[in-house]
Design a binder for this molecule. Structure first.
Ligand SMILES: Nc1ncnc2c1ncn2[C@@H]1O[C@H](COP(=O)(O)OP(=O)(O)O)[C@@H](O)[C@H]1O
Ligand SMILES: [Mg+2]
Length: 323
């Protein structure tokens, strides 16, 4: 039996209505998807179609209401919070549109953080190695504020890579970057798949970004709505245009326009919306803040030990108030 890097089977995730006047939302509706090891998959779809929810369920940041999620041979549903946290730490990398670097830490310290969180002592050589991989060997001592957006995202990539994760997830990782730096990050992601056999799953609005992937999976209203394999940007854009009107709010036209204008489809979608934790849903929160908040207190402690109180403050701030 082939063991997929990521396997979702009949995954459902529903958000309950918050008040009588509101309807609940089925964010994922019977999603089944298997991603082979060493593949690069893009997930596209109109805004609100469930892309972020899909990524977060697949990465163990959110729990589906039903269905199965497997990373490698491990079934995630039913894992305790503790085991899920360990699995995320050791086997999964996550990159967000908003970088989420800790402003008070240098690039090197940001990159080393996941190892510190795991109670491991990061070797200088390993930190330098991943910084070199993302082309920033010379910038290790800089703080995020001293780096460009593209450089910051490459630091975030290095941070995601330091634990040698089996799967790297990106929620619009190029969404905040200009076309050129976005392409650099995409080329790096491609290289991780081709060179290192890593598995990459990336949400994007940008048909050009999607064309770096082996396969593009389309979501509409929480359901898989077809896919393309080995498609170029034109083909992807045409398919997105075809989805126009299907979604809760059509965004396909924007993708098309972005391609025509050569802007790379910059959008300010995903992480801007702060997600409330799921009522009674335990510690597995959603979204960028929640992702890190899960490790928040511990991270702040580590940072404090390593860097003094200022860093810990920076960490707490960048992890949001939700922890
Ligand atoms: N925490 C939440 N509470 C309630 N509804 C949510 C929450 N997160 C997402 N949703 C809803 O679920 C649907 C899918 O959201 P999301 O996965 O963020 O879509 P996408 O990333 O494709 O824009 C949307 O209708 C969204 O409003
Ligand atoms: Mg999103």
């Amino acid at each position: 039996m082939t063991e997929h890097a990521v396997q979702l089977t009949a995954v459902r995730r529903r958000y309950a209505a918050k008040g009588a006047a509101e309807a609940g939302v089925t964010a994922l509706d019977d999603v089944t998807l298997a991603l082979p090891r060493g593949s690069f998959t893009a997930v596209m779809g109109p805004s609100g179609s469930g892309k972020s929810t899909l990524l977060q369920c697949a990465a163990g940041l959110d729990r589906p209401d039903s269905g199965s999620v497997r990373i490698g041979g491990t079934e995630l549903t039913g894992l305790s919070e503790r085991r899920l946290t360990l699995l995320r730490r050791e086997r999964i990398g996550f990159v967000f549109q908003a970088f989420n670097l800790l402003p008070a830490l240098t690039a090197e310290q940001n990159v080393a953080l996941p190892l510190r969180l795991a109670g491991r002592r990061p070797s200088k050589a390993r930190v330098r190695e991943v910084l070199r991989q993302v082309g920033l060997a010379e910038r290790g001592r800089h703080r995020p504020g001293e780096l460009s957006g593209g450089q910051q995202q490459r630091i975030a990539l290095a941070r995601a890579l330091i634990t040698r994760p089996e799967v790297l997830f990106g929620d619009e990782p190029t969404g905040a970057l200009d076309t050129t730096t976005g392409r650099e990050v995409l080329a790096l992601l491609r290289g991780m798949v081709d060179g290192d056999g890593r598995t990459v799953v990336m949400v994007t609005h940008d048909p050009v970004a999607a064309s770096y992937a082996d396969r593009v999976v389309f979501l509409v209203d929480g359901r898989v709505h077809g896919e393309l394999v080995g498609a170029d940007a034109e083909t992807v854009a045409a398919r997105m245009a075809g989805l126009e009107g299907h979604g809760r709010t059509g965004e396909a036209g924007t993708a098309r326009a972005a391609l025509d204008a050569g802007t790379g489809g910059r959008h300010d979608d995903a992480p801007a919306r702060p997600h409330a934790g799921r009522a009674g849903g335990g510690g597995a929160g959603r979204g960028a803040q929640a992702a890190q908040a899960a490790q928040g207190a511990q991270a702040a402690q580590s940072a404090q030990a390593a860097q003094g109180p200022q860093a810990a403050q920076g960490l707490a701030a960048s992890e949001g108030a939700s922890c």
